[in-house]
Design a protein. Structure first.
Length: 72
């Protein structure tokens, strides 16, 4: 049996490996049984501070840095 789930990858290079939502370490068995829809996954990511800009996804840390740069 093959099961899969969906995660969003941050498009920014972090130098520490892939940053995802949800984080791989936070995935549970249920995430592979009840796979979220793309819109539900994006909605949850948005609540967690992620943002989609011009077709690219950015984690909460990257969004915070972008906002700081804009404020300057």
């Amino acid at each position: 049996m093959i099961r899969s789930t969906k995660v969003i990858f941050c498009d920014e290079e972090h130098g520490i490996g892939d940053v995802t939502f949800p984080a791989f370490c936070d995935l549970d068995v249920v995430d592979f049984i009840r796979t979220p829809t793309v819109s539900a996954l994006r909605r949850e990511a948005r609540k967690a501070g992620w943002r989609r800009i011009k077709g690219s996804d950015y984690c909460a840390e990257c969004v915070e840095l972008m906002d700081e740069r804009k404020a300057k």
